[in-house]
Write a protein that binds this ligand. Structure first.
Ligand code: ATP
Ligand code: MG
Length: 591
């Protein structure tokens, strides 16, 4: 909640026993001294000055530094299977994949799409294709045929790596629409006699494990990643090999990764978090990267943290809210003594959740902020800083942030603390997107005077912490107030009955818009009129009448994207009887 002095917050002081990156113990000094050119010395570069390649830095480089025997990938299968790849193993299989692509005459710059569950082959294909200087696009394996087809069409997919089952069920029927898709590689033994379809076991497993990466200009395109589609049709953000430097720096600074750590990122690589921090950052930092094939299940997750002795854990608010639903008690009984640092991304993390982390895991959850477009973490609650629950934290070293207002073709910088404006970032930095595929105009509109405008509204407090207000599209204008949905949702989340909340503005003759909240309750709580009134009263008391919701509707769940974000635009479209728009990334849903 805001008052004239700023937010009413608690502060969780930094823990002195964190293993801090030595030069981040003093945040202010690190920021003052940081320089991307100097940081680039942390990377090896391709042998013989042949440029910079993500896969080389993430995998092969470790072989030069005596880390080849360390476990790079630890895969935990759905049926309890385990597969481990050392950095040396991973270097060899990714070489095989790169050779397989060359054997198919797939050229540098051509697009390799990956439609796989979290199988080891997904990781091998992504890194192997990057070695071959192809452009990789990972898709959620749960996508239906239409989202696959539209992305493959606009991304001009040349190769698709998938399973026989997914191929048959979702892709085979699309082939006439995708004449550019020349090769399909099916993971496992596949009995296929269709032209252009090969089995991984025949193509990749038999390829040579020796491969020399061709010279790679750091500006070579590496990944084409589609945004989550929370606010509309997903955009294809184009990234380059140079980004790997940002993954190294943010992995060390924002996630506190050390090369003897066991790290687990729960995101699927269909979402950028699962690529930047589920593949590249952990490997470039030299850690053991845990990959879990199965989806969320609290008991399984706690079991993994315990058994695998996970040190650093990166997850998302949607999972944290599900864990909170089950209560901190469910965590007790697990030995989580190895766990040192927990972080969250993707949506605002309610202060409630940060504090709950203390109770359940003995440490606060460190929120951080970034976008598909920014390629890597930009603003973060560092281990080296005190945490203000509800804040996204402070900018990474090397990242300049500001709160601004667009004024025609100019920018007005908002220097006063706690004033809402658009969050802007000073260009350039290595992981910034280099364009939106086929949408030059939209890309250009993101920039004013060398600043990238994020489309998110935020405020900065007097201590330099950033606070998320809402997406510019989601902000509610009511009787002259600008209301960010996050503040209202967080107030509702404080109530013990509430599991999740999504807030929108609906038209109102008097106020312009009024706030309406959709609320899902914790297990065992039944929606009824008394509870609805209680929640309205609670919100009014916390937020004041002008900001509190006027209406509350109960739902058993809220519509979410596959990356776990509440789709407020869909709540709104349905409420107002408007077209539902692009639903290609919609996951859970109840009308
Ligand atoms: P689309 O751009 O297609 O609408 P999207 O913005 O959800 O989808 P992503 O790039 O996956 O796609 O998400 C980035 C956005 O997620 C940010 O712009 C911000 O709105 C939100 N976000 C991410 N992390 C945080 C955070 N820690 N706090 C608040 N919001 C966050
Ligand atoms: Mg976005």
């Amino acid at each position: 909640m805001m008052d004239a002095q700023g937010p009413v917050v608690s502060v969780i002081h930094k823990r002195t026993h964190q293993r801090l990156e030595p030069n981040l113990v003093d945040y202010e000094r690190t920021v003052a001294e940081f320089d991307w050119t100097k940081a680039a010395r942390l990377l090896d570069g391709l042998p013989g000055g042949a440029g910079l390649n993500v896969a080389y830095e993430a995998v092969d480089r470790h072989l030069n530094h005596g880390r080849g025997d360390r476990t790079a990938l630890r895969w935990l299968g759905r049926e309890g299977q385990r597969r481990e790849f050392s950095y040396t193993d991973l270097a060899r299989v990714t070489n095989q994949f790169a050779n397989a692509l060359e054997g198919l005459n797939v050229a540098a710059g051509e697009r390799v799409f990956v439609l796989l569950g979290r199988l080891p082959e997904l990781y091998v294909a992504v890194l192997g294709a990057l070695k071959a200087r192809c452009v990789v696009t990972p898709l959620f394996s749960a996508f239906g045929p239409e989202p696959i087809a539209t992305r493959a069409e606009i991304g001009d997919a040349r190769v698709l790596v998938t399973t026989p089952e997914l191929y048959k069920r979702k892709v085979q029927g699309l082939r006439p629409r995708l004449p550019g898709l020349r090769h399909v590689i099916l993971v496992g033994q596949a009995q296929q006699d269709e032209p252009g379809v090969s089995a991984w076991s025949e193509l990749v497993d038999t390829a040579s494990p020796e491969y020399t990466i061709a010279p790679t200009d750091p500006e070579t395109m590496s990944l084409l990643h589609f945004t989550s589609g929370t606010t509309g049709r997903p955009k294809g953000a184009m990234h380059v090999h140079a980004a790997v430097l940002a993954h190294l720096v943010t992995g060390r600074y924002a996630l506190d990764l050390h090369d003897d750590d066991v790290f687990w990122c729960t995101a699927d690589p269909g979402w950028v978090t699962g690529t930047s921090y589920g593949i590249i950052a952990p490997l470039v930092c030299g850690v053991t990267n845990v990959v879990l094939e199965a989806e969320f299940d609290a008991q399984t997750w706690y079991g993994i943290l315990e058994r695998e002795r996970v040190n650093v854990w990166y997850t998302a608010p949607t999972a944290i809210r599900m864990m909170m639903k089950l209560g901190a008690e469910a965590v007790k009984g697990f030995d989580l003594s190895a766990l040192r640092f927990m972080a969250s991304v993707g949506e605002p993390l309610n202060p409630e959740a940060v504090v709950w982390g203390q109770e359940a895991f003995g440490m606060p959850i460190h929120d951080n902020w970034w976008q598909t477009e920014t390629g890597g973490i930009m603003i973060s609650n560092f281990a080296a800083l005190d945490i203000k629950p509800g804040s996204m934290g402070r900018p990474l070293p090397g990242i300049g942030a500001a709160i601004v207002e667009r004024d025609g073709a100019d920018l007005r910088f908002i220097a006063e603390p706690m004033v809402d404006g658009e969050l802007a970032l000073k260009t350039p930095w290595p992981s910034m997107m280099r364009g939106y595929l086929h949408e030059d105009e939209r890309y250009r509109k993101c920039f004013v005077d060398g600043w990238y405008l994020t489309g998110d509204l935020a405020r900065r407090d007097a201590d330099g912490y950033y606070w998320f207000v809402g997406r510019a599209d989601d902000v509610i204008k009511s009787s002259g107030h600008l209301i960010g949905p996050f503040e209202v949702e967080s107030a509702l989340m404080e109530h013990p009955a509430v599991a999740e909340a999504g807030v929108i503005g609906i038209p109102d003759a008097m106020a312009g818009e009024v706030v309406k909240a959709f609320v899902a309750l914790k297990p065992g709580r039944e929606p009824d009129e008394a509870l609805r009134r209680e929640l309205l009263g609670h919100a009014r008391q916390r937020l004041g009448a002008a900001v509190a919701p006027k209406q509350i509707e109960f739902r058993s769940n809220l519509p979410k994207t596959r990356s776990g974000k509440i789709m407020r635009r869909l709540l709104k479209a349905r409420e107002l009887g408007l077209p539902e728009g692009d639903l290609s990334t919609l996951e859970s849903d109840e009308k």
